[in-house]
Design a binder for this molecule. Structure first.
Ligand SMILES: [Zn+2]
Length: 256
């Protein structure tokens, strides 16, 4: 089992990261994609992977952090992305819900991430909120086709377009409490879905209001398997194969 999107670099894990990782291993989590959301946390993600080999660092600037200085910051992200440990570019994307930064600034920054992913032949970890259509349009314009729409919250119609473009769709704790998400999820081809926690955020049903952590991915796995009327072991096997495909260029150098 791989947690394909989480933020162990978040200060909420400062005190007990060892314990959190131990619980994850005990739960059967073999790898964790650990995504930065600004320069500091991207550096931290690479640093954590030096200490814990089974963590897969991703580097990027979250759209909520898109600000005037972020184009300069982006040059630092490009530097950090030169580490061969880095498995993906992100978290990046567009967030029109929170409106922390102007749409144009977010779009420009998103394009910089796409160009970086393209130059490094790495997948993108894409965040969208009320912005799926614009994200699709930009990815089409840039003609880039590798990555995952994480914590997918769009419609089934949008999902079909995204799958046609070659992307995966990531689902986390929201699946366990949102019927709308579940209705989209259960109609998707299983060879294009991924599971994630997005820890410390978005805990699954049994842990709402608490800090999320990678071990809880098992609960989402069980729930997802139930929704698809499969055994968790069957679904896990499919998901592991999906992860291997998404990170195939990275995986050639790092056993998945
Ligand atoms: Zn995230």
């Amino acid at each position: 089992m791989v947690d394909t999107h989480c933020h162990l670099i978040d200060p909420q894990f400062n005190k007990d990261l060892d314990d959190v990782l131990q619980r994850a291993q005990k739960a059967g989590v073999k790898k964790i994609v650990n995504a930065g959301y600004d320069v500091k946390t991207s550096q931290d993600a690479v640093r954590q992977a030096q200490r814990y080999e089974w963590l897969m660092p991703a580097v990027g600037i979250h759209p909520n952090e898109a600000a005037e200085q972020s184009l300069t910051e982006m040059s630092k992200i490009i530097d950090i992305a030169q580490s061969n440990k880095v498995c993906a570019v992100g978290e990046t994307g567009l967030d029109y819900y929170r409106d922390f930064s102007p749409k144009e600034a977010q779009q420009e920054l998103f394009r910089k991430h796409i160009i970086l992913a393209c130059s490094k032949d790495l997948p993108l970890l894409i965040h969208t909120r009320n912005s799926v259509d614009d994200a699709i349009a930009i990815l089409k314009e840039e003609d880039f086709h590798q990555g995952v729409f994480h914590c997918y919250s769009g419609t089934y119609e949008q999902a079909k377009t995204i799958l046609d473009m070659g992307y995966f769709l990531g689902f986390g704790g929201v699946l366990t409490f949102s019927k709308r998400t579940r209705d989209v999820f259960k109609n998707l081809p299983t060879d294009r879905i991924l599971l994630e926690t997005d820890a410390p955020f978005l805990s699954p049903a049994g842990h709402r209001g608490q800090r999320n952590e990678p071990a809880y991915i098992l609960e989402t796995l069980n729930f997802a398997a139930g929704t698809l009327e499969m055994l968790p072991e069957q679904l896990e096997e499919i998901l592991d194969a999906n992860v291997a495909r998404l990170f195939s260029s990275w995986g050639e150098h790092h056993l998945l």
